[in-house]
Every structure is written in C-alpha cells, then in structure tokens.
Design a protein around this ligand. Structure first.
Ligand code: GLY
Ligand code: MN
Ligand code: MN
Length: 461
C-alpha cells in the first residue's frame, strides 16, 4: 500500500490547523453485539481517510508543524493468537508514513504533553461518544501546569469542517475504487434479478432473503468487505416503505421488486437501486410508472455537471414526476391545479417524499456541505406549503469535478381515495452513482441496466 496519499492528506490538514494547532482523530470503537460477539468491525471514515489503517484502538494526532503521531494497539503475542496480527507502534512509521508511533496505552500520559503550548485543539465534534469529556480531562491536566509557564489551548474547533470539505472531492485513487465498487454492486443486482426470475420460473418459493443472499454472495465474490448499508429487498407493497430491509416476504409473479443495495469496497460505498418485475415482464401500469421515474432520472442526469447546483437534479426530477403524476391521473388536475401549482404546493410529495440524491463516498450518505461555501451569508426564507414551517434557505452547492452523488428519483403509491387502483402499492426507485465532470457526469453504476426492455431481456437470459 502506498502511504503517499495519506501523507499528503495529513499535510493538507496540518496546513489548516494553524502553526500551534493540534488535531486528534480517533478511529471507531469495537461494538458488542451480544455476549462474546462483536458487530463486524468498521474503522472510522475520517481516521481511515488520513491513515489507510483499519485496526481498532488507534488514534492519529496531527500538529500544525506537519508532524503526525499514531497511537495504536501494542504487539501482544497472546492477544494476536485470538484477534490477529497487529501492526504495532514500532512498525507503524515505516508502514503508514507517520513521524512517530506509541502504544495506545500511553495515550492518557502523552496527550496532555502534546496539548501543552498549543493554542487550539481540533477534533471531530459529535462523532465519538465521550471524546469531548476525554479532551476536557487532558486540557485540565495542561491547566494544572500553567502556573509553571505552560500554555493551554483556548480554542476547540470542529475538525469535521476541514475533513468534510476535503472528502467531498474524490481524487483519482478514490474514483477508481468507487468505479470498481459500482461494478461489483451492479453485477450483484443483475444476479439477484436473474435469480428471482429463474426461481419463479422453476415454481420455487422465492423470498426477499434469497435475493439478499445473492447480493451478498456477489459482493464478497467481488472482494468487497461489507455491504455499504443494510440491503433493501422489498417485494410488492413493501417497496413503499422507504427504509424497509430484506425480510421474509414472499416474492410473487406479477409484483415489482425494489432492491436498494451496494457494497463497500476498500472503505468506499456504492449505492444502487433497481426496481424490476419479479417474473421478468412489466405489467402496463408498472411500466407506465417505471418509464416516468426513468424519464425523471434522465432529466436529473442531464443537468448534473460542473457549475450546476446540487439542487438542480432534484428540481429537474420533480418537474418530470409532477407532470407525469398529472398525466397518469395520480394527481387530479381539478383538485391540485396545473404543473406549477403541484410544484409550488408540493402536492407531488404524496408520491415522492425524498430528495433526489446525496453525496456518496466513504459513507453512503457522505459528508460535505450541501450549501455553497461562498454564499453561506445569502439567506432567504420560505414557508413550507405542507408543514407551514418557515425554512431558511441558502444557495445550494455548486457542483465541481470529482464530487460524487447519487441520482435516485422514485415514486411510491400507497392506496388512498382518488388514487387509481391500478397503481396501488407500486413502489419504484432508480438510483445511480455519478461522478461530476466538467461537461456532465459519469454514471459508475450502469453495469446494471435501467431501460425496461433491457431489464426484461436480462431476466429472460
Ligand atoms: N441506500 C440509502 C440511500 O439510498 O440513500
Ligand atoms: Mn442513496
Ligand atoms: Mn440507496
């Protein structure tokens, strides 16, 4: 593993701390699941971004002079028999490019010394339980020494602000991993669709968990370490539950299935949704709604490019979906008025109640401000027509090359008076992952098709 990207990132952080600043970045704790079993360990994204180090029990300290110090689990031949080989502090500088390394057991002894004579201390706010208190106790120890001439930091700063902005722009190394994550996840979607159609053709009892298992199989066969989030496999009406998980419901011929699943590869998430007919053939009403969602996604993709705003794909989507809802009779013109009224009053919200995308990266809902930093002071107010709440708006982020976001319109039709019965309980979402480029965007998840004819063809194959 090349350490240079991490060394460069640490240098960029150091340059933003102030000469006498210091930053503390712990990795994630191990978490007990029950009795002697832990949840599968996942490092902290910020920590990994700056080290490439995946062991638990580790801290990174960066100082404004550009030096970095790692605290990590010490070598322990007995524990390593149970838990695996540890890097250890002695090997850490060569392996990770840090300037110094100590045992994590020395953290409480070392930190007051490292904090002494600094003017500000940075750490990620509100991420690690108990961190604020721990920093407080170290600062208290420094304060006890001020009468001997020591200086104690007077400012605490949120390191997230620095790191979020860096992580928002994916470099070539990150984009390459994300492309591969997208390819693995796309293959898994294809396999799950094909398994579904094949099992139904063979007269088998198909359950949501069968497709969940197929996804996981392909993720792991592709070398991915985890799912990026709990896979959603939702049959029929379950697709209208936005945070449904793959469960035990039977998948029946004639229903649609919604799968929202992506793998995490080398610390980076993918996030793909496809909605497909369980038996491989769309019914008329299913196809009508599907084509509407796809047209709205096409409109969003068309406006996703450098210079556009983060909100532009959402606005493009809403326009197409709202018009389609009127055309298909989901919304009654006589009650809600024309397109402008539907958008103005947000009447489409009955069937489309989420945003069209989010940043994607190490975290599936990745960090990064959705407000344009150069325009944070430009605040306007509007009253939400549905809740009556007054909302403060700031201009949304201007897209730049290297940002990665999802484009994921959907439509969810719960039975309600006046809603045509042929559409009841249909839930559709189409979600792709896009790298913003100068002239447009690169969709890195299209290894699984979206056109209805292509979905039908692959399910027949
Ligand atoms: N899978 C989470 C999302 O689509 O945002
Ligand atoms: Mn998403
Ligand atoms: Mn998703």
């Amino acid at each position: 593993m090349s350490t240079s990207i991490y060394t460069q990132r640490r240098a960029r952080v150091a340059a933003q701390l102030g000469t006498d600043g210091i930053a503390l970045i712990p990795t994630a704790p191990e978490r007990a699941r029950n009795r002697d079993s832990d949840f599968l360990y996942r490092h902290d994204s910020y920590f990994y971004y700056l080290t490439g180090f995946t062991e638990p029990n580790a801290w990174l300290v960066i100082t404004g002079d550009g030096k970095s110090t790692l605290f990590c689990a010490p070598k322990d031949s007995e524990r390593e028999i149970w838990d695996g080989i540890r890097l250890g502090p002695q090997a850490a500088p060569a392996a990770l490019g840090v300037d110094a390394a100590h045992s994590v057991a020395d953290l409480d002894a070392q930190l007051p010394k490292l904090l002494e004579n600094r003017d500000r201390v940075w750490y990620p706010f509100a991420i690690h339980q108990g961190l604020e208190a721990r920093v407080g106790s170290w600062l208290n120890q420094v304060r006890a020494r001020v009468r001997f001439g020591a200086l104690c930091p007077e400012q605490q700063r949120d390191l997230c602000a620095v790191l979020d902005e860096m992580r928002l722009f994916k470099d070539a190394h990150e984009q390459d991993i994300m492309r591969r994550a997208g390819q693995i996840s796309a293959r898994a979607h294809v396999r799950a669709m094909q398994l579904c159609a094949r099992m139904l053709r063979d007269g088998q009892d198909v359950r949501e968990y069968h497709l969940d298992a197929e996804l996981l199989h392909e993720f792991r066969m592709g070398g991915s370490q985890y799912t990026a989030y709990g896979s959603i496999v939702a049959a029929g009406a379950n697709a209208c539950v936005l945070h449904y998980r793959a469960d035990t419901a039977p998948i029946r011929s004639g229903e649609l299935v919604l799968i929202d699943a992506g793998c995490e590869l080398d610390g980076y998430a993918s996030d793909i949704t496809r909605s497909f007919p369980a038996n491989g053939t769309f019914s008329g009403p299913q196809r009508a709604l599907y084509e509407l969602v796809l047209a709205s996604q096409d409109a969003a993709v068309a406006v996703t490019k450098a210079g556009a705003r983060f909100n532009d794909p959402h606005d493009a989507t809403v326009k197409v979906l709202a018009q389609g809802m009127l055309d298909l009779g989901l919304l009654d013109k006589n009650k809600v008025g024309g397109l402008d009224d539907v958008i103005e009053k947000r009447s489409y919200f009955q069937f489309y109640m989420h945003r069209t995308g989010h940043w994607l990266g190490m975290d599936v809902h990745d960090c990064g401000s959705y407000v344009e930093p150069s325009q944070v002071g430009e605040v306007s107010e509007r009253k939400d027509p549905l809740s009556g709440e007054v909302i403060k708006n700031r201009p949304s982020r201007i897209l730049q090359p290297g940002m990665v976001l999802t484009i994921e319109p959907g439509i969810y039709v719960r039975p309600a008076p006046g809603v045509p019965e042929q559409f009841h309980n249909i839930g559709i979402r189409i979600e792709d992952d896009a790298i913003v480029t100068e002239s447009g965007c690169e969709l890195i998840s299209r290894g699984v098709p979206v056109k209805p004819d292509e979905l039908e063809a692959l399910m027949r194959a």
